[in-house]
Design a protein around this ligand. Structure first.
Ligand code: DGY
Length: 328
């Protein structure tokens, strides 16, 4: 139909500013249910769409792409893209947009909030107040761990890892990092992963999930950590072998963990990690501030509009795919 706006599919509503912008350029169809869109329903909706906007954890695979032959672009409202089969997109000449940079500070804040919450036993403290176990000031009550002077090991010193490092240095911590993409951050000692795990009282994970980082922290690695170590994961659940972690927390191999991500999200209610007092699990809220989510949505929408129009994306994961011939 002449003049009709191109049809795009969103698997979640986005904030109003980004949505208005999208409506100027496209005709969006949005999944409005609070639950994740079922894959079959997404395939049905994507069948004649030219653009697709997804969020973290929603699988974009060959089956979906095959069901959506009109697609020109996939945009994910996330920096991570382990839920997307990038090679399948690239093979079809489809660009994938993501949202790096805008969520760095919010995610680093959350990593640090988790670290403090676990170190100072905030959930236990709140439970004590609510259940009448607050018996007055007691020198031995709910003793936690001190950050100043202790060592934080950062696994993956990219944007978010570096932002966590800056916070840790401001708290007077010694900072180790196992890998570095960020050149020269003063005050950080770069070491190999085994040394970092052996030396750190706190370990915070900031690597993307790839085949190389899948279960990077498993039973063997946990066994080399200090018995008083606290593990923080705001990266991806799959970076940690969760069964091994539950065992390590149960038998005291390490002291505690704070997780914002899990191998299966939402975490099944019968998962052992949810029953362990020394494990605090959050529902993947690293980037969940209003300001950050607005910026992520704006970027995801700009990527989507650019891709629909055949223009370069603001942030393209597989730039090599741009200009590649579309399959016949
Ligand atoms: C990301 O952007 O990858 C986050 O995990 C989503 O908040």
């Amino acid at each position: 139909m002449t003049g009709a706006l191109p049809r795009v599919v969103l698997t979640r509503p986005v904030p109003p500013g980004a949505f208005s912008r999208l409506c100027e350029k496209t005709a969006p169809e949005v999944w409005m249910e609070p639950t994740t869109i079922p894959p079959a329903e997404l395939r049905r909706r994507a069948a004649d769409a030219v653009g697709l906007l997804v969020v973290s954890g929603e699988r974009v695979d060959e089956e979906l792409l095959a069901a959506a032959p009109e697609l020109r672009v996939v945009s994910t409202m996330s920096v991570g893209y382990d839920h997307v089969d990038v090679s399948a997109l690239t093979a079809r000449g489809l660009p994938l947009g993501n949202t790096p940079g805008v969520l760095t500070e919010a995610t680093a804040d959350l990593a640090f909030a988790l670290l403090l919450a676990v170190a100072r036993r905030l959930v236990e403290a709140r439970d004590a107040v609510l259940t009448g176990r607050w018996g007055g000031w007691d020198p031995e009550f709910l003793l936690g761990r001190e950050l100043a002077g202790s060592t934080l090991g950062i696994v993956g010193l990219g944007r978010i890892g570096a932002a966590v490092a800056r916070r840790a240095l401001a708290f007077g911590m010694e900072v180790l990092a196992s890998t570095t993409r960020t050149p020269e951050l003063e005050g950080i000692e770069v070491v190999e992963l085994p040394s970092l795990l052996e030396r750190s009282e706190f370990v915070s994970l900031h690597v993307a999930l790839t085949p190389a980082t899948h279960h990077l922290i498993g039973a063997r690695e946990l066994a080399t950590m200090r018995r008083d170590a606290i593990l923080i994961n705001t990266a991806r659940g799959g970076v940690v072998d969760q069964v091994a972690l539950a065992a390590a927390l149960r038998d005291g191999t390490i002291a505690a963990a704070g997780l914002d991500v899990a191998e299966v999200e939402p975490v099944p209610p019968d998962d052992e990690l949810l029953r362990l007092d020394n494990c605090l699990v959050l529902p993947h809220v690293g980037s969940a501030t209003r300001a950050t989510r607005e910026k992520m949505a704006e970027l995801a929408v700009e990527n989507l509009i650019a891709g629909v129009n055949g223009e370069p994306l603001v942030h393209c994961v597989n730039a090599a795919a741009l200009g590649a011939p579309r399959p016949a």
